[in-house]
Design a protein around this ligand. Sequence first.
Ligand SMILES: NC(=O)c1ccc[n+]([C@@H]2O[C@H](COP(=O)([O-])OP(=O)(O)OC[C@H]3O[C@@H](n4cnc5c(N)ncnc54)[C@H](OP(=O)(O)O)[C@@H]3O)[C@@H](O)[C@H]2O)c1
Length: 349
Amino acid sequence: MRLMVVGFGVVGRSSVRALCERREELRRKFGLNPKVVAIIDINGALVDSKGISPDTLLRASERGAKIEDFKDIFNPEAKLSDLLSDLDCEVMVETTPTNLSTGQPGLDHLKLAMKNGVHVVTTNKGPLALAMPALLELAEHNRVRLKFSGTVGGGTPMLDLAKKCMDGLRIESFMGILNGTTNYILSKMDSEGVSFLAALDEARSKGYAEADPSYDVDALDPAAKLVIMANWVMGKKLSIRDLRITGIRDVRPEEINKARSEGKIIKLIASCGERQEVAPMAIPRDHPLNVSGTLNALTFRTDLAGEITIIGKGAGGQETASAVLRDLIDIRKSYTRQALTQAQKFGRT
Ligand SMILES: NC(=O)c1ccc[n+]([C@@H]2O[C@H](COP(=O)([O-])OP(=O)(O)OC[C@H]3O[C@@H](n4cnc5c(N)ncnc54)[C@H](OP(=O)(O)O)[C@@H]3O)[C@@H](O)[C@H]2O)c1
């Protein structure tokens, strides 16, 4: 499988490292033999049409390493559009930063790859939050796979649980905690009685919150994840602009105390049922969604099996890289299925 990695930060590097370190296992268990033919960052690209050597990949994926330092295969002029048409490549792994206003640069990357007949694995929520129905149509039209497990729940297989393990069930609704930073802040406010600002400062000092925390605390990040879940799992045709979104800036210690006195706790809940919204809500303290720290959790309400909850880490380079691996393996498995169908069609099995 010939791959191109676009965006070489925390997730891009962790994904390349995981591919190198699991090489043998991937080949043995899944017949997946990945060859990275290009790594594209904002400054240029590492390109080797024969596949960049595992040693170079491991060194390049070290924290702090710069792709420009690998002079023999670095091309500062390389453009994604040229690489997509010139290099023989099957899958683009897209891990550029999320932009929920324009979806760029990821949106253009995804469209370009799919129009060139290249499968896409992405961890970037921006393009999907803004244009998921159109992107899924584009994938279908060009007969390529668009995979995005890492966009929701980091390495926790929330999308796959709903899509692959619930055949025969009807999912009536779901609700969950889809952002670790806000869960950390609300958990601190509850357990230590501190204000929103004091809890935010602590989240920043621990590296859980960005200098500009608005994507998290204004609930845009969980809203983007809700859009992806709602489209993919519930068959809605939504963009982030269709949601009601309320962040946690205005949650006061008094509300948290009142909730506690009623046996409840305030959590930032993304829900999809009759309505789609993200807002702080008081839930019973013994509810399975009452997870602490930066954990994420999601409860599906189903007709035959009742409520099913999945809990796990919602982010992290290595964790999200595991979702990239899962998507690549899934694409590899679909090759096998296609080959089987072809063989059956021609009476060869
Ligand atoms: N980190 C996580 O735990 C996590 C979890 C789930 C999903 N995600 C999502 O996965 C994506 C990547 O996250 P990350 O943490 O790896 O971010 P990151 O560390 O900021 O990496 C993004 C990389 O993309 C590069 N880039 C920016 N514009 C580009 C362009 N036009 N062409 C090529 N490369 C470009 C950046 O270069 P510069 O740094 O030079 O700008 C950077 O190397 C984001 O969309 C994020 O929301 C992250």
